[in-house]
Design a protein around this ligand. Sequence first.
Ligand SMILES: Cc1cc2nc3c(=O)[nH]c(=O)nc-3n(C[C@H](O)[C@H](O)[C@H](O)COP(=O)(O)O)c2cc1C
Length: 306
Amino acid sequence: MKQITQKIISPVVISTALGHDGLGIFPYTLLPGYRRLQAAIRETGTAVLTKSATRFKRRGNFVPLNPMTWGYIRRLPGMGMLNAYGLTNEGVDHCAPEIRAACEAGFRIIPNLYPEFIKGTDIAIRETLEAVEIYRRSLGPYFRALELNYSCPNSEEAIAKNVVQALQCTRKIRSRYPDLFLIAKLSICHPYEFAQELERIGVNALHTVNTIPYSIVFPLQPSPLREAGGGGVSGGPACALAYKFNQELRPRVGLLLIMGCGVTSADDVQRYFDLGADAVSFCTLALRKPREAARIVSRYNRRAQP
Ligand SMILES: Cc1cc2nc3c(=O)[nH]c(=O)nc-3n(C[C@H](O)[C@H](O)[C@H](O)COP(=O)(O)O)c2cc1C
């Protein structure tokens, strides 16, 4: 990795598992293992990709304060998870100052933004540009990178359909913010040509891949969350498919690749590096085995500090 990139992305990055502000998710923050992970992340300067925010407050399926909605996040055998969280968040105006506070507390945070193409392309792009501007003003010198989540909807169709909109949106951000380090987060449902086009229009890195629709991982079984679109599978059960996607993507792009999905051990991290990953991400491992996650972070990121 080039030096400039090392200042933004660490060899191992944490995705989503530290919440919308990068400081941690309640009630995980009550667990000693998770707190150990938070400390390791800060000590090692590990890059944290936040959970997605939208321009405005959005009520998804999972609402932390409502126990009736807790079933939208489940454990799966084999160190997996199934979630149909649905992007519940307070909006960028609320998240940006909290991210700033996390940066000031010594965390290296990269905000993750979800453009709501469901509202129509023009509105989605306008709101996305507003959101970027809010981050720029609120985070000041801490705003060096942004992750664009183009892969969150849990249905294959919705993900595959957003390609043209995502390219338009990326072009606009690129031209308005030429120095911003842009990361696009993709799905296994996206064609490789999408990644290649993102490279052509000047994205700096790809994060591959997000959770995998349940119907792809378990084609013969109805999802327990079918009324919420089926949900996305992460952790162990998603590993083989994610690995194959990354293996086939690597020779097709020269871009910096943050490979992830399905990492449940240090061996999995190493397998992605052996595949040509520039960095490796994980989420489920941090939530399910935070002590192991802390060990991995300390092992890979300590040496990389400037
Ligand atoms: C409960 C849960 C919520 C998630 N929320 C988001 C999100 O808001 N935005 C996003 O880009 N990815 C989200 N993800 C995806 C993770 O960041 C990660 O890309 C995915 O889980 C695959 O990695 P893993 O197998 O290491 O968990 C979420 C994952 C889980 C398990």
